[in-house]
Design a protein around this ligand. Sequence first.
Ligand code: SF4
Length: 111
Amino acid sequence: MKEKKIDKYYKNNFLYRSHTMMLPEMHEKTIHLCQDCSFFVKIIGKQENKSACIKPIPIYKNKAKGPRPEIDIYEILKHISSKELMHLVETSSAHKTACSEFVKYSGVRSQ
Ligand code: SF4
């Protein structure tokens, strides 16, 4: 297939290729990781603690209850099943790039 002239221009233009266009408000989100987000919380279990993003849980998503840095597992199990909680823990990672729902956590987290 014949390459269009404009495609060839952008392909060969190294200056264009090295600069990614980004909206100013997106910059804040893309430079952060999930570990900086207020929705990334430590879930305190009976025997161990795990971190997870609680944004998918409607009560926290709608901000009816503001997320705290540490939440007891029983409080979360009131809103979602244990299977859903397991899925949340498995899919969450502190080192993931922040999503569009990112809200910067302003406090200091305990280790
Ligand atoms: S940045 Fe997005 S995925 Fe990461 S913890 Fe916050 S809401 Fe969850």
